[in-house]
Design a protein around this ligand. Structure first.
Ligand SMILES: C[S@@+](CC[C@H](N)C(=O)[O-])C[C@H]1O[C@@H](n2cnc3c(N)ncnc32)[C@H](O)[C@@H]1O
Length: 175
């Protein structure tokens, strides 16, 4: 039998904001690989792009500065959010680039032309259903090093050496 106390407790738990789950540790993409990601995904001037877990903001900054995109990063780590927002401001890019201090899992991606992802394999599986629900037809997604399980890549690109002896793989998806 559901008592009033049980009901009250259930309602209370349901109302609590969900804790942000860490979908990957901070591990930046080398600049040469960032450039390749944005080229492979065909980012064009004026297009809307978002980086899921934007770290120090390097993908967002290059997307706005070199490719002329309208670029957004989502980052929950406060220090990284502040550092990347300050860099955007100091570069005078604040009209076309911004970082949202928040959780990747609770944003609206429905207007995005391009999505960049560098998260762990299991995290890619967690974001996939949300992206499946939200993305408009034709959105391009590029994932660094880890596939988005359940999606078929249009292209898989291997970068043999990033200049520091590390190889990288990029997966390009068309939704
Ligand atoms: C592997 S790093 C990639 C950074 C950047 N995208 C790059 O490629 O250089 C992943 C980033 O995602 C952030 N992150 C992890 N889980 C998150 C979440 N739930 N919401 C927002 N950011 C998150 C981490 O703090 C970290 O900065």
């Amino acid at each position: 039998m559901i008592t009033a106390a049980t009901l009250a407790l259930t309602l209370l738990v349901a109302q609590q904001p969900k804790e942000t789950e860490k979908l990957a540790p901070y591990y930046p993409t080398p600049d040469s690989v960032v450039q390749k990601m944005l080229e492979v995904v065909g980012l064009k001037k004026g297009e809307k792009m978002v980086d899921l877990g934007s770290g120090d903001g390097r993908i967002v900054i290059m997307a706005a500065k070199k490719f002329g995109a309208d670029a957004t990063g989502i980052e929950f780590d406060e220090a990284l959010y502040k550092q990347s927002s300050a860099k955007i401001k100091s570069l005078g890019l604040d009209k076309t680039a911004r970082i949202i201090h928040g959780d990747i899992m609770v944003q609206d991606y429905s207007q995005m032309d391009v999505i960049t992802i560098y998260l762990l394999p299991l995290s890619n599986e967690k974001v996939r259903p949300m992206l499946d629900k939200q993305l408009k037809k034709g959105t391009r997604v590029v994932a660094h090093d880890f596939e988005v399980g359940g999606w078929n890549p249009e292209k898989t690109i291997t970068i043999e050496d990033d200049g520091e002896g590390r190889s990288h793989t990029l997966f390009l998806y068309l939704r």
